[in-house]
Design a binder for this molecule. Sequence first.
Ligand code: UT7
Length: 330
Amino acid sequence: MTELVPVGVAGLGRCVPDKVLTNFDLEKMVDTSDEWIVQRTGIRERRIAGEGTVTSTLAIQAARQALEHAGVDPLDLDLVVCATVTGDQPFPATACRIGFDLGAKNAGGFDVAAACSGFVIASQVGANMVRSGQFRRVLVVGAEILSRILDYTDRNTCVLFGDGAGAALYTSLADAKGQGEFLGGSMSMEGGAEDVLANPGGGSRFPASLETIEKRLHFMKMGGTKVFRFAVRVFADLVRRVVEQYGREQIGVIIPHQVNQRIIEAAMEQVGLPMDLVFSNIDRYGNTSAASVPIALREAYDAGRLQKGKLVVMPAFGAGMAWGHLLLRW
Ligand code: UT7
């Protein structure tokens, strides 16, 4: 057995499209108001990909930034993992397009479909590949163009989500040159929840047909209240576990899946931790599913919120219902 390799984060990247869709724009599209959206979610605007932009377009820009940050050439990548539920097409894997366009000729690639938990799950997969000694450099990207599966006649969903991508490069801790150390995380699921949060059409359950189009089954469907309760419960649980294992004073920043400001506040209240521990950018981007944590991680880095020697806790939760967390020490 080879010895386990300590793993680090060598680079971070993010990319959001330029086009801004504000709550006031949405007021003209559905029966909603800026006041309702801000009060219930904390979201003020989100980014929307323009025509011709596909998920890999955003992913590649985030990936390039992460590689530049790390000073790593795409030819030296061993693996590209893309977390997404809105890939360029159902198959092949969007990771293969990302690898090809980056010029990562020596890498393998696959996608992880775990919705909003995608990045924290894919990161654990990628980082553990490095830890095992099988690969030296693994690029993990979370990328979504949710606007292509949103029903802009359904105010319950269309106000919540946006588009974007974020990336992290995992290498040995020695190669990561003083960036964060990967400590681990968790992955959990509560199955049988296909009706709670899903894009029902186009798979083997409801293959594409005139009927699926008429019933609008190719758009996202969501039972918001169920997701709300689930999210508060598991978010609080994930943070509590870290507090129990490491102690409250070790936590430098909590970067949760950017789901809803009220969910974040309710969970933090349940665990009895102050909101100033949280990094949130939900007001500007809404919920970008698998992209939300890595976009926020790079922005927290830029804002100087990742404190040397302190824990970076990233809880995520969503469709599946899949949930888990990623834990770094910066
Ligand atoms: O990554 C996980 C993805 N899922 C989520 O992020 C969703 C989690 N859930 C939530 O964030 C919240 O449940 C929502 C923001 C979706 C809804 O907030 P809520 O406080 O749970 O509101 P509600 O669903 O109980 O709805 C309250 C009212 C309803 O009207 P009535 O029945 O009281 O007359 C809704 O029809 O608000 C209405 N409503 C809206 N009104 C204006 C729902 N959406 C809107 C809207 N604008 N966009």
